[in-house]
Write a protein that binds this ligand. Structure first.
Ligand code: GDP
Ligand code: ZN
Length: 458
Protein backbone atom coordinates (compact mmCIF):
# COMPACT_ATOMS: atom_id res chain seq x y z
CA UNK A 1 0.00 0.00 0.00
CA UNK A 2 1.10 3.52 -0.64
CA UNK A 3 1.84 5.66 2.34
CA UNK A 4 1.16 9.05 0.89
CA UNK A 5 -2.09 10.58 -0.15
CA UNK A 6 -2.63 12.03 -3.61
CA UNK A 7 -5.16 14.32 -5.20
CA UNK A 8 -6.06 15.67 -8.62
CA UNK A 9 -8.93 17.04 -10.60
CA UNK A 10 -10.67 13.94 -11.91
CA UNK A 11 -13.17 15.46 -14.31
CA UNK A 12 -12.49 16.97 -17.68
CA UNK A 13 -11.89 20.61 -17.05
CA UNK A 14 -13.87 23.38 -18.55
CA UNK A 15 -17.56 23.76 -18.99
CA UNK A 16 -19.90 21.45 -17.20
CA UNK A 17 -21.88 21.89 -14.07
CA UNK A 18 -19.75 19.74 -11.80
CA UNK A 19 -16.07 19.09 -11.32
CA UNK A 20 -14.54 16.48 -9.06
CA UNK A 21 -11.40 16.56 -6.97
CA UNK A 22 -10.35 13.01 -6.19
CA UNK A 23 -8.23 12.26 -3.13
CA UNK A 24 -6.77 8.82 -2.45
CA UNK A 25 -4.62 7.43 0.31
CA UNK A 26 -4.52 6.88 4.06
CA UNK A 27 -4.97 10.56 4.94
CA UNK A 28 -7.66 11.37 2.40
CA UNK A 29 -10.57 11.45 4.85
CA UNK A 30 -8.59 13.32 7.50
CA UNK A 31 -7.28 15.90 5.01
CA UNK A 32 -10.68 16.66 3.53
CA UNK A 33 -12.37 16.62 6.96
CA UNK A 34 -10.25 19.62 7.93
CA UNK A 35 -11.71 21.66 5.07
CA UNK A 36 -15.23 20.34 5.02
CA UNK A 37 -17.96 21.86 7.16
CA UNK A 38 -21.18 19.96 7.37
CA UNK A 39 -23.66 18.56 9.87
CA UNK A 40 -21.65 15.43 10.36
CA UNK A 41 -17.89 15.18 10.80
CA UNK A 42 -16.50 13.50 7.70
CA UNK A 43 -14.40 11.23 9.90
CA UNK A 44 -17.64 9.67 11.16
CA UNK A 45 -19.18 9.22 7.73
CA UNK A 46 -20.16 5.73 6.63
CA UNK A 47 -18.37 4.35 3.61
CA UNK A 48 -20.06 4.88 0.25
CA UNK A 49 -22.17 7.79 1.40
CA UNK A 50 -22.49 11.32 0.14
CA UNK A 51 -22.34 14.34 2.45
CA UNK A 52 -23.49 17.85 1.65
CA UNK A 53 -21.54 20.81 3.03
CA UNK A 54 -19.08 23.59 2.38
CA UNK A 55 -15.38 23.78 1.73
CA UNK A 56 -13.93 26.36 4.08
CA UNK A 57 -10.36 27.64 3.98
CA UNK A 58 -9.13 26.89 7.51
CA UNK A 59 -6.69 29.80 7.41
CA UNK A 60 -8.97 32.58 6.19
CA UNK A 61 -12.32 31.11 7.14
CA UNK A 62 -13.55 31.83 3.61
CA UNK A 63 -16.22 29.59 2.18
CA UNK A 64 -14.96 28.37 -1.20
CA UNK A 65 -17.83 26.36 -2.50
CA UNK A 66 -20.83 24.26 -1.69
CA UNK A 67 -19.93 20.69 -2.39
CA UNK A 68 -20.94 17.07 -2.20
CA UNK A 69 -18.35 14.79 -0.68
CA UNK A 70 -18.32 11.07 -1.31
CA UNK A 71 -16.41 8.78 1.02
CA UNK A 72 -15.32 5.37 -0.23
CA UNK A 73 -13.22 3.47 2.25
CA UNK A 74 -10.70 0.97 0.98
CA UNK A 75 -10.54 -1.68 -0.24
CA UNK A 76 -13.94 -1.09 -1.85
CA UNK A 77 -12.77 1.87 -3.91
CA UNK A 78 -11.17 2.50 -7.29
CA UNK A 79 -7.65 2.51 -5.86
CA UNK A 80 -8.45 0.09 -3.02
CA UNK A 81 -7.39 2.91 -0.70
CA UNK A 82 -9.56 5.37 1.19
CA UNK A 83 -10.94 7.66 -1.50
CA UNK A 84 -12.74 10.95 -1.07
CA UNK A 85 -14.31 12.72 -4.00
CA UNK A 86 -15.32 16.35 -3.73
CA UNK A 87 -17.86 17.49 -6.31
CA UNK A 88 -17.58 21.22 -6.74
CA UNK A 89 -19.40 23.57 -9.02
CA UNK A 90 -17.99 23.46 -12.49
CA UNK A 91 -15.48 26.02 -13.63
CA UNK A 92 -11.82 26.24 -13.10
CA UNK A 93 -11.79 28.66 -10.25
CA UNK A 94 -13.90 26.64 -7.84
CA UNK A 95 -12.27 23.31 -8.53
CA UNK A 96 -8.73 24.59 -8.51
CA UNK A 97 -9.12 26.47 -5.27
CA UNK A 98 -10.50 23.33 -3.65
CA UNK A 99 -7.59 21.31 -5.05
CA UNK A 100 -5.14 23.89 -3.73
CA UNK A 101 -6.58 23.65 -0.24
CA UNK A 102 -6.37 19.87 -0.28
CA UNK A 103 -2.73 20.07 -1.39
CA UNK A 104 -2.07 22.44 1.47
CA UNK A 105 -3.14 19.71 3.90
CA UNK A 106 -0.02 17.75 3.01
CA UNK A 107 -1.61 15.85 0.16
CA UNK A 108 0.54 15.50 -2.95
CA UNK A 109 -0.62 16.28 -6.47
CA UNK A 110 -1.10 12.97 -8.30
CA UNK A 111 1.16 12.08 -11.18
CA UNK A 112 -0.60 11.37 -14.46
CA UNK A 113 -2.21 7.95 -14.19
CA UNK A 114 -1.31 7.54 -10.56
CA UNK A 115 -4.81 6.64 -9.38
CA UNK A 116 -4.97 3.90 -12.00
CA UNK A 117 -1.46 2.84 -11.13
CA UNK A 118 -2.47 2.45 -7.50
CA UNK A 119 -5.55 0.49 -8.51
CA UNK A 120 -3.24 -1.82 -10.45
CA UNK A 121 -0.59 -2.08 -7.74
CA UNK A 122 -3.26 -2.79 -5.14
CA UNK A 123 -4.70 -5.54 -7.30
CA UNK A 124 -7.95 -3.80 -8.13
CA UNK A 125 -7.44 -4.01 -11.88
CA UNK A 126 -5.05 -5.83 -14.16
CA UNK A 127 -2.72 -4.26 -16.65
CA UNK A 128 -5.01 -4.94 -19.59
CA UNK A 129 -7.80 -3.09 -17.88
CA UNK A 130 -5.44 -0.29 -17.07
CA UNK A 131 -4.43 -0.03 -20.70
CA UNK A 132 -8.06 0.01 -21.76
CA UNK A 133 -8.48 3.05 -19.58
CA UNK A 134 -5.53 4.61 -21.35
CA UNK A 135 -7.20 4.09 -24.71
CA UNK A 136 -10.34 5.66 -23.42
CA UNK A 137 -8.64 8.84 -22.42
CA UNK A 138 -6.05 8.79 -25.14
CA UNK A 139 -7.29 11.82 -26.97
CA UNK A 140 -7.06 13.96 -23.90
CA UNK A 141 -3.60 12.74 -23.12
CA UNK A 142 -2.43 13.68 -26.56
CA UNK A 143 -3.64 17.18 -26.03
CA UNK A 144 -2.06 17.26 -22.62
CA UNK A 145 1.14 16.08 -24.21
CA UNK A 146 1.02 18.85 -26.77
CA UNK A 147 0.39 21.41 -24.13
CA UNK A 148 3.16 20.03 -21.98
CA UNK A 149 5.50 20.12 -24.93
CA UNK A 150 4.49 23.64 -25.77
CA UNK A 151 5.19 24.60 -22.23
CA UNK A 152 8.43 22.68 -22.28
CA UNK A 153 9.55 24.89 -25.12
CA UNK A 154 8.09 27.89 -23.44
CA UNK A 155 8.91 30.58 -21.04
CA UNK A 156 8.82 28.58 -17.83
CA UNK A 157 11.44 26.17 -19.13
CA UNK A 158 13.61 28.98 -20.31
CA UNK A 159 13.77 30.19 -16.78
CA UNK A 160 14.16 26.81 -15.13
CA UNK A 161 16.94 25.37 -17.27
CA UNK A 162 19.55 27.93 -16.12
CA UNK A 163 18.48 27.44 -12.51
CA UNK A 164 19.05 23.73 -12.82
CA UNK A 165 22.42 24.43 -14.40
CA UNK A 166 23.36 26.63 -11.50
CA UNK A 167 22.31 23.94 -9.03
CA UNK A 168 24.12 21.12 -10.83
CA UNK A 169 27.31 23.13 -10.76
CA UNK A 170 26.88 23.68 -7.07
CA UNK A 171 26.15 19.98 -6.58
CA UNK A 172 29.26 19.02 -8.56
CA UNK A 173 31.28 21.40 -6.47
CA UNK A 174 29.96 19.89 -3.24
CA UNK A 175 30.47 16.38 -4.61
CA UNK A 176 34.12 16.99 -5.38
CA UNK A 177 34.54 18.42 -1.94
CA UNK A 178 33.03 15.35 -0.32
CA UNK A 179 34.85 12.79 -2.46
CA UNK A 180 38.25 14.39 -2.49
CA UNK A 181 38.52 16.36 0.70
CA UNK A 182 42.31 16.01 0.58
CA UNK A 183 42.50 17.59 -2.87
CA UNK A 184 43.21 21.18 -3.33
CA UNK A 185 39.70 22.21 -4.37
CA UNK A 186 38.05 25.36 -3.30
CA UNK A 187 36.15 24.74 -0.10
CA UNK A 188 32.47 24.70 -0.50
CA UNK A 189 31.76 27.16 2.13
CA UNK A 190 28.44 27.80 3.69
CA UNK A 191 28.57 31.20 2.09
CA UNK A 192 28.76 29.70 -1.38
CA UNK A 193 25.76 27.45 -0.76
CA UNK A 194 23.83 30.33 0.70
CA UNK A 195 24.67 32.59 -2.22
CA UNK A 196 23.89 30.04 -4.93
CA UNK A 197 20.80 28.59 -3.33
CA UNK A 198 19.68 32.08 -2.42
CA UNK A 199 19.84 33.18 -6.04
CA UNK A 200 17.86 30.20 -7.24
CA UNK A 201 15.41 30.64 -4.39
CA UNK A 202 14.76 34.24 -5.39
CA UNK A 203 14.00 33.14 -8.96
CA UNK A 204 11.72 30.33 -7.87
CA UNK A 205 9.85 32.68 -5.57
CA UNK A 206 9.48 35.12 -8.42
CA UNK A 207 8.10 32.40 -10.70
CA UNK A 208 5.59 31.41 -8.05
CA UNK A 209 4.61 34.98 -7.56
CA UNK A 210 4.01 35.49 -11.24
CA UNK A 211 2.26 32.21 -11.79
CA UNK A 212 -0.91 32.91 -13.61
CA UNK A 213 -2.98 30.84 -11.30
CA UNK A 214 -1.96 32.75 -8.25
CA UNK A 215 -2.54 35.97 -10.07
CA UNK A 216 -6.06 35.13 -11.10
CA UNK A 217 -6.99 33.93 -7.64
CA UNK A 218 -5.44 36.93 -5.97
CA UNK A 219 -6.53 39.66 -8.31
CA UNK A 220 -9.19 38.32 -10.58
CA UNK A 221 -9.08 38.56 -14.33
CA UNK A 222 -8.04 42.10 -15.11
CA UNK A 223 -10.83 43.45 -17.27
CA UNK A 224 -10.65 46.83 -18.97
CA UNK A 225 -13.89 48.51 -19.99
CA UNK A 226 -13.01 50.76 -22.91
CA UNK A 227 -14.86 52.87 -25.41
CA UNK A 228 -15.66 56.42 -26.38
CA UNK A 229 -16.99 58.90 -23.86
CA UNK A 230 -20.68 58.38 -23.25
CA UNK A 231 -20.72 54.88 -24.72
CA UNK A 232 -21.91 53.64 -21.33
CA UNK A 233 -18.78 52.24 -19.68
CA UNK A 234 -19.57 53.49 -16.22
CA UNK A 235 -23.15 52.38 -16.56
CA UNK A 236 -21.97 48.94 -17.55
CA UNK A 237 -19.63 48.75 -14.60
CA UNK A 238 -22.46 49.79 -12.35
CA UNK A 239 -24.82 47.28 -13.87
CA UNK A 240 -22.22 44.58 -13.34
CA UNK A 241 -21.36 45.62 -9.84
CA UNK A 242 -25.00 46.35 -9.06
CA UNK A 243 -24.01 49.29 -7.00
CA UNK A 244 -23.20 52.86 -7.90
CA UNK A 245 -19.51 53.28 -7.38
CA UNK A 246 -18.66 55.03 -10.64
CA UNK A 247 -20.26 58.39 -11.29
CA UNK A 248 -22.54 58.38 -14.31
CA UNK A 249 -23.12 61.68 -16.07
CA UNK A 250 -24.39 63.09 -19.31
CA UNK A 251 -21.32 65.21 -20.05
CA UNK A 252 -18.83 63.38 -22.30
CA UNK A 253 -15.40 62.91 -20.80
CA UNK A 254 -16.33 63.12 -17.13
CA UNK A 255 -14.99 59.74 -16.12
CA UNK A 256 -11.45 60.93 -15.84
CA UNK A 257 -9.94 58.37 -13.64
CA UNK A 258 -10.01 54.63 -13.59
CA UNK A 259 -12.63 53.26 -11.29
CA UNK A 260 -12.24 49.73 -10.08
CA UNK A 261 -14.72 47.16 -9.00
CA UNK A 262 -14.35 43.48 -8.26
CA UNK A 263 -17.21 41.35 -9.40
CA UNK A 264 -17.84 37.67 -9.88
CA UNK A 265 -19.42 36.65 -13.16
CA UNK A 266 -20.61 33.04 -13.09
CA UNK A 267 -17.95 32.37 -10.52
CA UNK A 268 -15.17 34.02 -12.49
CA UNK A 269 -13.52 36.77 -10.49
CA UNK A 270 -13.13 39.90 -12.60
CA UNK A 271 -11.35 43.06 -11.65
CA UNK A 272 -13.18 45.64 -13.68
CA UNK A 273 -11.44 48.86 -14.64
CA UNK A 274 -13.65 51.63 -15.94
CA UNK A 275 -11.37 53.73 -18.05
CA UNK A 276 -11.63 57.27 -19.23
CA UNK A 277 -13.14 57.44 -22.67
CA UNK A 278 -10.60 56.82 -25.34
CA UNK A 279 -10.55 59.71 -27.79
CA UNK A 280 -8.24 62.43 -28.94
CA UNK A 281 -8.45 65.20 -26.40
CA UNK A 282 -6.82 68.50 -25.57
CA UNK A 283 -8.10 68.79 -22.01
CA UNK A 284 -5.05 68.19 -19.76
CA UNK A 285 -6.83 66.40 -16.94
CA UNK A 286 -8.79 64.30 -19.33
CA UNK A 287 -5.61 63.51 -21.22
CA UNK A 288 -4.03 61.93 -18.17
CA UNK A 289 -7.07 59.72 -17.79
CA UNK A 290 -6.86 58.77 -21.44
CA UNK A 291 -3.20 57.84 -21.13
CA UNK A 292 -3.92 55.72 -18.11
CA UNK A 293 -6.69 53.97 -19.91
CA UNK A 294 -4.29 53.02 -22.68
CA UNK A 295 -2.05 51.53 -19.98
CA UNK A 296 -4.94 49.59 -18.49
CA UNK A 297 -5.73 48.33 -21.95
CA UNK A 298 -2.25 46.90 -22.40
CA UNK A 299 -2.31 45.09 -19.07
CA UNK A 300 -5.81 43.70 -19.36
CA UNK A 301 -6.53 39.98 -19.60
CA UNK A 302 -10.01 40.70 -20.89
CA UNK A 303 -11.38 43.74 -22.70
CA UNK A 304 -14.97 44.90 -22.88
CA UNK A 305 -15.20 47.33 -25.77
CA UNK A 306 -18.39 49.32 -25.29
CA UNK A 307 -20.07 50.82 -28.35
CA UNK A 308 -23.11 53.07 -28.37
CA UNK A 309 -25.63 51.52 -30.74
CA UNK A 310 -27.50 54.79 -30.87
CA UNK A 311 -24.54 56.32 -32.76
CA UNK A 312 -22.73 55.51 -35.97
CA UNK A 313 -19.25 53.98 -35.67
CA UNK A 314 -16.62 56.59 -34.91
CA UNK A 315 -13.09 56.56 -36.31
CA UNK A 316 -11.65 56.03 -32.76
CA UNK A 317 -13.82 52.96 -32.39
CA UNK A 318 -12.81 51.62 -35.76
CA UNK A 319 -9.18 51.86 -34.64
CA UNK A 320 -9.92 50.13 -31.35
CA UNK A 321 -11.82 47.34 -33.07
CA UNK A 322 -8.82 46.67 -35.29
CA UNK A 323 -6.32 46.98 -32.49
CA UNK A 324 -8.18 44.61 -30.16
CA UNK A 325 -9.49 41.95 -32.50
CA UNK A 326 -6.75 39.42 -31.72
CA UNK A 327 -7.04 39.82 -27.98
CA UNK A 328 -9.63 38.54 -25.52
CA UNK A 329 -12.12 41.21 -26.47
CA UNK A 330 -15.87 41.23 -26.19
CA UNK A 331 -17.72 43.92 -28.13
CA UNK A 332 -20.53 45.26 -25.99
CA UNK A 333 -23.15 46.96 -28.12
CA UNK A 334 -24.89 49.16 -25.59
CA UNK A 335 -28.10 51.18 -25.52
CA UNK A 336 -30.27 48.66 -27.30
CA UNK A 337 -33.26 50.39 -25.71
CA UNK A 338 -32.68 53.27 -28.12
CA UNK A 339 -33.11 53.23 -31.92
CA UNK A 340 -30.17 51.67 -33.76
CA UNK A 341 -27.76 53.80 -35.77
CA UNK A 342 -24.78 51.50 -35.63
CA UNK A 343 -24.13 49.33 -38.69
CA UNK A 344 -22.85 45.96 -37.55
CA UNK A 345 -21.50 44.51 -40.83
CA UNK A 346 -18.07 46.00 -40.43
CA UNK A 347 -17.76 44.78 -36.84
CA UNK A 348 -19.05 41.30 -37.65
CA UNK A 349 -16.31 40.89 -40.22
CA UNK A 350 -13.66 40.85 -37.47
CA UNK A 351 -15.64 39.59 -34.50
CA UNK A 352 -17.46 36.27 -34.29
CA UNK A 353 -21.07 36.27 -33.07
CA UNK A 354 -20.16 34.92 -29.66
CA UNK A 355 -17.84 37.85 -29.07
CA UNK A 356 -20.57 40.44 -29.68
CA UNK A 357 -23.11 41.10 -26.96
CA UNK A 358 -26.15 43.39 -27.20
CA UNK A 359 -27.36 44.98 -24.01
CA UNK A 360 -28.71 48.01 -22.26
CA UNK A 361 -26.56 48.93 -19.30
CA UNK A 362 -29.16 51.43 -18.22
CA UNK A 363 -32.05 48.99 -18.23
CA UNK A 364 -29.88 46.11 -17.05
CA UNK A 365 -31.08 44.15 -20.05
CA UNK A 366 -28.81 41.54 -21.67
CA UNK A 367 -26.29 41.41 -18.83
CA UNK A 368 -26.66 37.62 -18.66
CA UNK A 369 -25.55 37.47 -22.31
CA UNK A 370 -22.37 39.22 -21.32
CA UNK A 371 -21.84 36.85 -18.41
CA UNK A 372 -22.25 33.98 -20.82
CA UNK A 373 -19.82 35.48 -23.33
CA UNK A 374 -17.20 36.02 -20.63
CA UNK A 375 -17.49 32.50 -19.31
CA UNK A 376 -17.43 31.10 -22.85
CA UNK A 377 -14.29 32.99 -23.64
CA UNK A 378 -12.56 31.62 -20.59
CA UNK A 379 -14.02 28.18 -20.21
CA UNK A 380 -14.79 26.96 -23.68
CA UNK A 381 -13.36 29.22 -26.35
CA UNK A 382 -9.83 28.36 -25.39
CA UNK A 383 -10.91 25.81 -22.89
CA UNK A 384 -9.05 22.66 -23.82
CA UNK A 385 -5.58 24.03 -24.02
CA UNK A 386 -6.24 26.60 -21.38
CA UNK A 387 -7.47 24.10 -18.86
CA UNK A 388 -4.81 21.52 -19.44
CA UNK A 389 -2.31 24.30 -19.16
CA UNK A 390 -3.82 25.00 -15.81
CA UNK A 391 -3.45 21.39 -14.70
CA UNK A 392 0.18 21.35 -15.59
CA UNK A 393 0.48 24.72 -13.94
CA UNK A 394 -0.92 23.24 -10.75
CA UNK A 395 1.70 20.54 -11.01
CA UNK A 396 4.37 23.14 -11.74
CA UNK A 397 3.26 25.25 -8.84
CA UNK A 398 3.31 22.30 -6.46
CA UNK A 399 6.82 21.42 -7.69
CA UNK A 400 7.99 25.01 -7.37
CA UNK A 401 6.74 25.03 -3.78
CA UNK A 402 8.70 21.84 -3.09
CA UNK A 403 11.78 23.35 -4.71
CA UNK A 404 11.48 26.43 -2.59
CA UNK A 405 11.19 24.32 0.54
CA UNK A 406 14.32 22.30 -0.28
CA UNK A 407 16.32 25.45 -1.00
CA UNK A 408 15.16 27.06 2.21
CA UNK A 409 16.09 23.89 4.11
CA UNK A 410 19.55 23.90 2.51
CA UNK A 411 20.17 27.52 3.41
CA UNK A 412 18.84 27.05 6.90
CA UNK A 413 21.08 24.02 7.39
CA UNK A 414 24.23 26.00 6.65
CA UNK A 415 23.53 28.17 9.66
CA UNK A 416 23.22 25.31 12.12
CA UNK A 417 26.30 23.36 11.14
CA UNK A 418 24.67 20.46 9.33
CA UNK A 419 27.31 18.38 7.48
CA UNK A 420 27.68 19.30 3.85
CA UNK A 421 26.75 15.89 2.48
CA UNK A 422 23.40 16.22 4.21
CA UNK A 423 22.85 19.71 2.89
CA UNK A 424 23.57 18.32 -0.52
CA UNK A 425 20.51 16.10 -0.27
CA UNK A 426 18.33 19.19 -0.13
CA UNK A 427 20.16 20.83 -3.02
CA UNK A 428 19.83 17.67 -5.09
CA UNK A 429 16.17 17.42 -4.32
CA UNK A 430 15.56 21.00 -5.46
CA UNK A 431 17.37 20.12 -8.69
CA UNK A 432 15.13 17.08 -9.10
CA UNK A 433 11.85 18.86 -8.49
CA UNK A 434 12.79 21.54 -11.00
CA UNK A 435 13.57 18.73 -13.41
CA UNK A 436 10.13 17.25 -12.95
CA UNK A 437 8.64 20.51 -14.19
CA UNK A 438 10.58 19.99 -17.40
CA UNK A 439 9.26 16.45 -17.60
CA UNK A 440 12.34 14.56 -16.49
CA UNK A 441 10.83 11.32 -15.29
CA UNK A 442 11.60 10.50 -11.70
CA UNK A 443 11.99 6.85 -12.62
CA UNK A 444 11.44 5.43 -16.03
CA UNK A 445 10.37 1.88 -15.47
CA UNK A 446 7.92 0.37 -17.91
CA UNK A 447 5.10 0.85 -15.44
CA UNK A 448 5.89 4.48 -15.04
CA UNK A 449 5.84 4.89 -18.77
CA UNK A 450 2.53 3.17 -19.15
CA UNK A 451 0.86 5.06 -16.39
CA UNK A 452 2.34 8.33 -17.37
CA UNK A 453 0.16 8.17 -20.46
CA UNK A 454 -2.84 8.94 -18.34
CA UNK A 455 -4.40 12.27 -17.68
CA UNK A 456 -4.11 13.70 -14.27
CA UNK A 457 -6.90 12.59 -12.05
CA UNK A 458 -7.28 9.13 -13.57
P1 GDP B 1 -19.19 56.45 -20.22
O1 GDP B 1 -18.74 57.84 -20.49
O2 GDP B 1 -18.82 55.55 -21.34
O3 GDP B 1 -18.75 55.93 -18.90
O4 GDP B 1 -20.79 56.48 -20.25
P2 GDP B 1 -21.78 56.56 -19.00
O5 GDP B 1 -21.96 55.24 -18.38
O6 GDP B 1 -21.37 57.69 -18.15
O7 GDP B 1 -23.15 56.89 -19.77
C1 GDP B 1 -23.27 58.02 -20.58
C2 GDP B 1 -24.74 58.32 -20.72
O8 GDP B 1 -25.39 57.30 -21.43
C3 GDP B 1 -25.48 58.44 -19.40
O9 GDP B 1 -26.45 59.44 -19.50
C4 GDP B 1 -26.17 57.10 -19.26
O10 GDP B 1 -27.32 57.16 -18.49
C5 GDP B 1 -26.47 56.78 -20.69
N1 GDP B 1 -26.58 55.35 -20.92
C6 GDP B 1 -25.69 54.41 -20.58
N2 GDP B 1 -26.13 53.18 -20.94
C7 GDP B 1 -27.33 53.37 -21.53
C8 GDP B 1 -28.30 52.49 -22.12
O11 GDP B 1 -28.15 51.27 -22.17
N3 GDP B 1 -29.42 53.06 -22.62
C9 GDP B 1 -29.64 54.40 -22.58
N4 GDP B 1 -30.76 54.84 -23.09
N5 GDP B 1 -28.75 55.24 -22.03
C10 GDP B 1 -27.63 54.75 -21.51
ZN1 ZN C 1 -17.82 56.73 -17.53
Amino acid sequence: MNEDTIAAIATALGEGSIAVVRVSGPDSIEAVAKLFKSKQDLREAETHTVQYGRIVDPLSGHILDEVLVTVMKGPRSFTAEDVVEISTHGGIVAVKSVLELVLREGVRLAEPGEFTKRAFLNGRIDLAQAEAVIDLIRSKSDRAFQVARRQAEGSVSKRIIPLRQQLIELIAHVEVNIDYPEHDVEDVTSELIRAQCGEVLAQVTDLLHKSNEGKILREGIVTAIVGRPNAGKSSLLNALARENKAIVTDIPGTTRDIVEESVSLSGIPLRLLDTAGIRETTDRVEQIGVERSHGALNDADLILLVLNRHDALHEDERKLLQQLKDRSTIVVVNKIDLPAQLVMDEIERDYAQDRIVYLSAKEGEGIEQLEKAVSNLFFSGTVESGDITYVSNARHIALLHQTRQSLEDAIEATYVGVPIDLIQIDITSSWETLGQILGDAAGDSLLDQIFSQFCLGK
